[in-house]
Design a protein around this ligand. Sequence first.
Ligand SMILES: C[S@@+](CC[C@H](N)C(=O)[O-])C[C@H]1O[C@@H](n2cnc3c(N)ncnc32)[C@H](O)[C@@H]1O
Length: 222
Amino acid sequence: MKNCYETYPFSEKNIKVMRPGGVALTDEMILACGLDESAKVLDVGCGIGTVVHHLRSKYGYDVMGIDCSPILIQKGLINVPGLSIKVGNAEDLPYLESTLDCILMECTLSVFQNPQQVLKEAYRVMQSGSKLVISDVYLKERSCPSSIKSSVKTEKEVKQLIRTQGFKILKWSEKTPLLHSYIAEMIWNQSGDQKSGFLSEFCSLTGVSGLKLGYFSLVAEK
Ligand SMILES: C[S@@+](CC[C@H](N)C(=O)[O-])C[C@H]1O[C@@H](n2cnc3c(N)ncnc32)[C@H](O)[C@@H]1O
């Protein structure tokens, strides 16, 4: 299946992260985790590895990233040779049990085909007390017809999914304004004649047409 994050608009040269909030949101969430400097952190669905590089340079953590896209991993390694990112499937993490202190899933939970299996794997490789950090879109309501078959979940469904895998949710933060400014910025960056059609093209590419969406961040603990 085609990975839409390998193509336009995400393939634009100036795109460093493919989601609202940028590294500022990552910083906010990671600081809430209170990690040691030697913490082992994994970014699951790391894209081109921008956050891996950022967290390693800014905080000195031992950060790794995996993504299922060879194209994005190769792009990341061209940008930063030697960066610890590799091709891998979030449903089958190539790490030993109870070895990681923190896992990041930034705008990926709603993208994974089998989020239950991904969370199960995350739980396996995390130590007791380790932190799971998630930011993502969520459905404001499941009543509109286009939401019925959507893989995007409501707040209640997201929390239930995470708790069912054994995690304790420490903090849920409402971040919907970041989604609005992200979309506005994407439209703004289009050239004049592309502006009008961009939103519908973007929504159909990411599968969110007609949905009432919000954005959240959360920190959970094993
Ligand atoms: C919306 S992008 C977010 C990328 C990155 N976290 C960021 O903040 O820019 C979703 C990413 O998840 C990756 N992905 C989707 N399914 C995956 C899987 N099963 N295993 C690993 N990566 C996956 C995609 O290739 C894509 O890079």
